[in-house]
Design a binder for this molecule. Structure first.
Ligand code: MN
Ligand code: MN
Length: 329
Protein backbone atom coordinates (compact mmCIF):
# COMPACT_ATOMS: atom_id res chain seq x y z
CA UNK A 1 0.00 0.00 0.00
CA UNK A 2 1.25 3.49 -0.83
CA UNK A 3 2.24 5.61 2.11
CA UNK A 4 0.38 8.75 3.06
CA UNK A 5 2.77 11.67 2.64
CA UNK A 6 2.70 15.39 1.75
CA UNK A 7 2.90 16.68 -1.83
CA UNK A 8 6.40 17.39 -3.18
CA UNK A 9 7.20 20.96 -2.12
CA UNK A 10 9.49 21.39 -5.14
CA UNK A 11 6.42 20.92 -7.35
CA UNK A 12 3.75 22.49 -5.15
CA UNK A 13 5.08 25.40 -3.09
CA UNK A 14 4.79 25.01 0.66
CA UNK A 15 2.38 27.91 1.00
CA UNK A 16 -0.18 26.23 -1.26
CA UNK A 17 -2.90 23.81 -0.30
CA UNK A 18 -5.20 23.29 2.67
CA UNK A 19 -3.35 23.65 5.99
CA UNK A 20 -3.24 20.18 7.42
CA UNK A 21 -0.17 19.25 9.50
CA UNK A 22 2.80 19.32 7.07
CA UNK A 23 0.17 19.39 4.27
CA UNK A 24 -0.50 15.69 4.88
CA UNK A 25 -3.67 14.11 3.51
CA UNK A 26 -6.69 14.66 5.75
CA UNK A 27 -7.93 11.06 5.93
CA UNK A 28 -9.93 9.42 8.72
CA UNK A 29 -8.71 5.87 8.36
CA UNK A 30 -6.38 3.52 10.18
CA UNK A 31 -5.66 1.44 7.06
CA UNK A 32 -2.05 1.79 5.97
CA UNK A 33 -1.42 4.47 8.60
CA UNK A 34 1.47 4.49 11.08
CA UNK A 35 0.91 7.88 12.69
CA UNK A 36 -2.15 10.15 12.89
CA UNK A 37 -2.01 13.83 13.80
CA UNK A 38 -5.15 14.80 15.75
CA UNK A 39 -6.18 18.30 16.80
CA UNK A 40 -7.46 18.60 20.38
CA UNK A 41 -8.92 22.13 20.31
CA UNK A 42 -10.02 22.36 23.92
CA UNK A 43 -9.17 24.95 26.58
CA UNK A 44 -11.79 24.66 29.32
CA UNK A 45 -9.14 23.04 31.54
CA UNK A 46 -7.01 26.19 31.65
CA UNK A 47 -6.68 28.03 34.97
CA UNK A 48 -5.18 31.30 33.69
CA UNK A 49 -5.18 32.51 30.07
CA UNK A 50 -7.53 30.76 27.66
CA UNK A 51 -7.50 30.39 23.87
CA UNK A 52 -5.51 27.19 23.32
CA UNK A 53 -8.53 25.87 21.42
CA UNK A 54 -6.98 27.68 18.46
CA UNK A 55 -3.60 25.97 18.99
CA UNK A 56 -4.09 23.10 16.52
CA UNK A 57 -4.99 25.47 13.70
CA UNK A 58 -1.90 27.63 14.37
CA UNK A 59 0.45 24.62 14.60
CA UNK A 60 -0.90 23.22 11.35
CA UNK A 61 -0.41 26.55 9.61
CA UNK A 62 3.18 26.90 10.86
CA UNK A 63 3.96 23.28 9.93
CA UNK A 64 3.70 24.06 6.20
CA UNK A 65 7.30 25.24 6.47
CA UNK A 66 8.70 21.84 7.53
CA UNK A 67 10.70 19.71 5.10
CA UNK A 68 10.79 15.88 5.03
CA UNK A 69 14.47 15.16 5.78
CA UNK A 70 15.93 15.52 9.30
CA UNK A 71 19.63 16.29 8.80
CA UNK A 72 20.78 15.55 12.36
CA UNK A 73 19.04 12.19 12.72
CA UNK A 74 19.66 11.56 9.00
CA UNK A 75 16.20 10.30 8.30
CA UNK A 76 13.44 11.06 5.82
CA UNK A 77 10.18 10.86 7.73
CA UNK A 78 8.12 9.65 4.81
CA UNK A 79 10.48 6.87 3.76
CA UNK A 80 9.63 5.10 7.00
CA UNK A 81 6.22 6.32 8.10
CA UNK A 82 2.78 6.69 6.57
CA UNK A 83 1.25 9.73 8.28
CA UNK A 84 -2.17 11.36 8.03
CA UNK A 85 -3.85 14.38 9.52
CA UNK A 86 -6.91 12.80 11.12
CA UNK A 87 -8.60 16.15 11.81
CA UNK A 88 -9.88 17.30 15.19
CA UNK A 89 -11.52 15.48 18.07
CA UNK A 90 -15.14 16.67 18.53
CA UNK A 91 -14.80 18.38 21.90
CA UNK A 92 -17.57 20.16 23.81
CA UNK A 93 -16.32 23.59 24.93
CA UNK A 94 -17.14 24.23 28.58
CA UNK A 95 -17.67 20.56 29.41
CA UNK A 96 -14.38 19.01 30.42
CA UNK A 97 -15.33 15.50 31.50
CA UNK A 98 -17.47 14.97 28.42
CA UNK A 99 -14.68 16.31 26.21
CA UNK A 100 -12.12 13.97 27.80
CA UNK A 101 -14.43 11.04 27.03
CA UNK A 102 -14.80 12.22 23.43
CA UNK A 103 -11.03 12.58 23.02
CA UNK A 104 -10.46 9.10 24.45
CA UNK A 105 -13.14 7.70 22.17
CA UNK A 106 -11.62 9.13 18.97
CA UNK A 107 -8.05 8.33 19.91
CA UNK A 108 -8.75 4.77 21.05
CA UNK A 109 -9.98 3.98 17.54
CA UNK A 110 -6.43 4.80 16.49
CA UNK A 111 -4.48 3.22 19.33
CA UNK A 112 -6.44 -0.06 19.26
CA UNK A 113 -5.57 -0.32 15.56
CA UNK A 114 -1.87 0.19 16.37
CA UNK A 115 -1.79 3.73 14.96
CA UNK A 116 0.35 6.18 16.95
CA UNK A 117 -1.60 9.35 17.79
CA UNK A 118 0.07 12.75 17.98
CA UNK A 119 -2.19 15.30 19.66
CA UNK A 120 -2.07 19.04 18.98
CA UNK A 121 -3.42 20.95 22.00
CA UNK A 122 -5.35 22.41 23.47
CA UNK A 123 -4.63 22.93 27.14
CA UNK A 124 -2.86 20.15 29.05
CA UNK A 125 -6.11 18.66 30.40
CA UNK A 126 -6.47 16.84 27.06
CA UNK A 127 -3.64 14.54 28.19
CA UNK A 128 -6.07 12.55 30.32
CA UNK A 129 -8.18 11.65 27.28
CA UNK A 130 -5.06 10.74 25.32
CA UNK A 131 -3.68 8.54 28.09
CA UNK A 132 -7.00 6.71 28.48
CA UNK A 133 -6.84 5.82 24.78
CA UNK A 134 -3.19 4.80 24.90
CA UNK A 135 -3.60 2.73 28.08
CA UNK A 136 -6.59 0.95 26.52
CA UNK A 137 -4.23 -0.39 23.87
CA UNK A 138 -0.96 -0.85 25.77
CA UNK A 139 -1.82 -0.87 29.47
CA UNK A 140 -0.24 1.77 31.73
CA UNK A 141 2.52 3.64 29.92
CA UNK A 142 5.67 5.56 30.80
CA UNK A 143 4.99 9.31 30.75
CA UNK A 144 7.73 11.67 29.67
CA UNK A 145 6.55 15.18 30.45
CA UNK A 146 8.41 18.29 29.36
CA UNK A 147 6.80 21.09 31.35
CA UNK A 148 7.59 23.92 33.73
CA UNK A 149 4.78 22.58 35.96
CA UNK A 150 4.19 19.12 37.45
CA UNK A 151 0.38 19.26 36.87
CA UNK A 152 -0.07 17.08 39.94
CA UNK A 153 -2.21 19.39 42.08
CA UNK A 154 -5.32 17.70 43.48
CA UNK A 155 -7.96 20.33 42.66
CA UNK A 156 -8.46 23.88 41.49
CA UNK A 157 -11.43 25.85 42.84
CA UNK A 158 -12.74 22.58 44.23
CA UNK A 159 -12.69 20.90 40.80
CA UNK A 160 -10.67 17.81 40.01
CA UNK A 161 -10.34 18.10 36.23
CA UNK A 162 -8.07 20.93 35.04
CA UNK A 163 -4.78 21.26 33.19
CA UNK A 164 -3.04 21.54 36.58
CA UNK A 165 -4.37 18.25 37.96
CA UNK A 166 -4.15 16.01 34.91
CA UNK A 167 -1.09 13.99 35.88
CA UNK A 168 -2.45 13.18 39.34
CA UNK A 169 -5.67 11.95 37.72
CA UNK A 170 -3.64 9.83 35.29
CA UNK A 171 -1.81 8.16 38.19
CA UNK A 172 -5.09 7.58 40.07
CA UNK A 173 -6.70 6.04 37.00
CA UNK A 174 -3.72 3.69 36.56
CA UNK A 175 -2.93 5.06 33.10
CA UNK A 176 0.77 5.65 33.72
CA UNK A 177 3.52 3.82 35.58
CA UNK A 178 5.05 6.43 37.92
CA UNK A 179 8.23 4.35 38.33
CA UNK A 180 8.77 4.62 34.55
CA UNK A 181 7.72 8.28 34.27
CA UNK A 182 9.69 11.49 34.44
CA UNK A 183 8.94 15.24 34.45
CA UNK A 184 11.57 17.57 33.03
CA UNK A 185 11.98 21.34 33.28
CA UNK A 186 10.10 22.31 36.44
CA UNK A 187 10.60 25.88 37.58
CA UNK A 188 8.83 29.06 38.58
CA UNK A 189 7.04 30.15 41.74
CA UNK A 190 4.80 27.52 43.35
CA UNK A 191 2.23 27.57 46.15
CA UNK A 192 4.47 25.81 48.65
CA UNK A 193 7.31 23.30 49.05
CA UNK A 194 4.81 20.48 48.93
CA UNK A 195 3.90 21.09 45.28
CA UNK A 196 6.90 19.34 43.80
CA UNK A 197 7.13 16.89 46.70
CA UNK A 198 3.58 15.77 45.91
CA UNK A 199 4.73 14.76 42.42
CA UNK A 200 7.62 12.79 43.91
CA UNK A 201 5.25 11.19 46.42
CA UNK A 202 3.24 9.89 43.47
CA UNK A 203 6.41 8.07 42.41
CA UNK A 204 7.37 10.33 39.51
CA UNK A 205 10.96 11.35 38.86
CA UNK A 206 11.38 15.14 38.66
CA UNK A 207 14.18 17.02 36.97
CA UNK A 208 13.88 20.73 37.74
CA UNK A 209 15.19 23.33 35.30
CA UNK A 210 18.14 23.85 37.65
CA UNK A 211 18.96 20.13 37.66
CA UNK A 212 18.74 20.00 33.86
CA UNK A 213 21.23 22.87 33.66
CA UNK A 214 23.51 21.22 36.23
CA UNK A 215 23.75 17.77 34.62
CA UNK A 216 23.57 18.83 30.96
CA UNK A 217 21.35 17.95 28.04
CA UNK A 218 22.96 14.63 27.09
CA UNK A 219 22.69 13.34 30.64
CA UNK A 220 19.03 14.33 30.74
CA UNK A 221 18.25 12.41 27.56
CA UNK A 222 20.10 9.39 28.94
CA UNK A 223 18.17 9.61 32.23
CA UNK A 224 14.90 9.63 30.29
CA UNK A 225 15.87 6.59 28.20
CA UNK A 226 16.99 4.72 31.33
CA UNK A 227 13.84 5.60 33.23
CA UNK A 228 11.56 4.40 30.41
CA UNK A 229 13.54 1.31 29.45
CA UNK A 230 11.66 -0.71 26.84
CA UNK A 231 8.26 0.21 28.22
CA UNK A 232 5.65 1.81 25.88
CA UNK A 233 6.02 5.56 26.33
CA UNK A 234 3.89 8.66 25.85
CA UNK A 235 5.74 11.94 25.35
CA UNK A 236 3.76 14.99 26.47
CA UNK A 237 5.35 18.32 25.59
CA UNK A 238 3.90 21.39 27.31
CA UNK A 239 5.21 24.31 25.25
CA UNK A 240 5.78 26.30 28.47
CA UNK A 241 8.89 24.12 28.90
CA UNK A 242 10.50 26.76 26.71
CA UNK A 243 11.31 30.22 27.93
CA UNK A 244 8.58 32.76 27.06
CA UNK A 245 11.19 34.49 24.89
CA UNK A 246 10.90 31.47 22.57
CA UNK A 247 7.29 30.50 23.29
CA UNK A 248 5.29 33.54 24.42
CA UNK A 249 2.02 32.13 23.13
CA UNK A 250 1.06 29.93 26.04
CA UNK A 251 -1.37 29.90 28.95
CA UNK A 252 0.89 29.84 32.00
CA UNK A 253 4.35 31.14 31.03
CA UNK A 254 7.33 30.75 33.39
CA UNK A 255 10.54 32.71 32.85
CA UNK A 256 14.00 31.17 33.15
CA UNK A 257 13.20 28.37 30.73
CA UNK A 258 14.87 26.64 27.85
CA UNK A 259 15.84 27.78 24.37
CA UNK A 260 14.47 26.24 21.20
CA UNK A 261 17.83 24.62 20.57
CA UNK A 262 17.97 23.06 24.04
CA UNK A 263 14.50 21.57 23.71
CA UNK A 264 15.13 20.16 20.25
CA UNK A 265 18.51 18.78 21.38
CA UNK A 266 16.91 16.94 24.30
CA UNK A 267 14.41 15.34 21.93
CA UNK A 268 17.15 14.33 19.47
CA UNK A 269 18.86 12.50 22.30
CA UNK A 270 15.87 10.14 22.63
CA UNK A 271 16.48 7.94 19.58
CA UNK A 272 15.22 4.43 20.29
CA UNK A 273 12.47 5.55 22.67
CA UNK A 274 9.50 3.14 22.36
CA UNK A 275 6.93 5.87 21.68
CA UNK A 276 3.26 4.93 21.39
CA UNK A 277 1.87 8.45 21.49
CA UNK A 278 2.81 12.09 21.82
CA UNK A 279 1.38 15.56 22.11
CA UNK A 280 2.34 19.20 22.16
CA UNK A 281 0.01 21.32 24.26
CA UNK A 282 -0.69 24.79 25.67
CA UNK A 283 -0.13 26.69 22.41
CA UNK A 284 -2.16 29.90 22.63
CA UNK A 285 -2.08 31.86 19.35
CA UNK A 286 -3.65 35.07 20.71
CA UNK A 287 -0.42 35.69 22.68
CA UNK A 288 1.78 34.62 19.77
CA UNK A 289 1.75 37.61 17.40
CA UNK A 290 4.74 36.53 15.30
CA UNK A 291 3.73 32.88 15.27
CA UNK A 292 7.01 31.72 16.83
CA UNK A 293 5.33 29.54 19.47
CA UNK A 294 3.27 27.70 16.88
CA UNK A 295 6.34 27.26 14.67
CA UNK A 296 8.30 25.84 17.60
CA UNK A 297 5.41 23.52 18.47
CA UNK A 298 5.30 22.28 14.86
CA UNK A 299 9.02 21.55 15.12
CA UNK A 300 8.54 19.65 18.39
CA UNK A 301 6.06 17.38 16.60
CA UNK A 302 8.55 17.06 13.77
CA UNK A 303 11.23 15.85 16.23
CA UNK A 304 8.79 13.25 17.52
CA UNK A 305 8.05 12.05 13.99
CA UNK A 306 11.80 11.89 13.31
CA UNK A 307 12.30 9.72 16.43
CA UNK A 308 9.60 7.34 15.20
CA UNK A 309 11.11 7.28 11.69
CA UNK A 310 14.62 6.68 13.07
CA UNK A 311 13.32 3.74 15.13
CA UNK A 312 11.91 2.15 11.98
CA UNK A 313 15.08 2.90 10.03
CA UNK A 314 17.14 1.19 12.72
CA UNK A 315 14.98 -1.92 12.50
CA UNK A 316 13.55 -1.69 16.01
CA UNK A 317 10.21 -3.48 16.33
CA UNK A 318 6.83 -1.83 16.55
CA UNK A 319 5.56 -1.64 20.11
CA UNK A 320 2.86 -4.31 20.27
CA UNK A 321 -0.61 -3.46 21.55
CA UNK A 322 -2.13 -5.75 24.18
CA UNK A 323 -4.10 -7.24 21.29
CA UNK A 324 -0.63 -8.37 20.11
CA UNK A 325 -1.29 -8.18 16.41
CA UNK A 326 1.28 -10.00 14.27
CA UNK A 327 4.33 -7.99 13.24
CA UNK A 328 3.84 -5.87 10.15
CA UNK A 329 0.03 -5.71 10.17
MN1 MN B 1 1.35 21.22 31.72
MN1 MN C 1 3.02 23.96 32.09
Amino acid sequence: MDRYRPPDALEFPRFTGIRTFMRLPHVQTTEGVDVAIVGLPFDTGATFRVGARFGPEAIRSASALLRPYHPFLRVNLFEHLSIVDYGDAPVAPGFIEDSLRRIADVLSRLTLAGVIPIGLGGDHSVLLGELRAVAAAYGPVALIQFDSHPDTWDAYFGHRYTHGTVVRRAVEEGLILPERSIQVGLRGPIYGPGDWEAARDLGLELLSAAEVRAIGLESVSRRILQRVGDHPAFLSFDIDFFDPAYAPGTGTPEVGGFTSWEGLSLLRGLVGLPLVGMDVVEVLPAYDPAGITALLAANVVYEGLALLAARRRDGLPRVATLGARPEGL
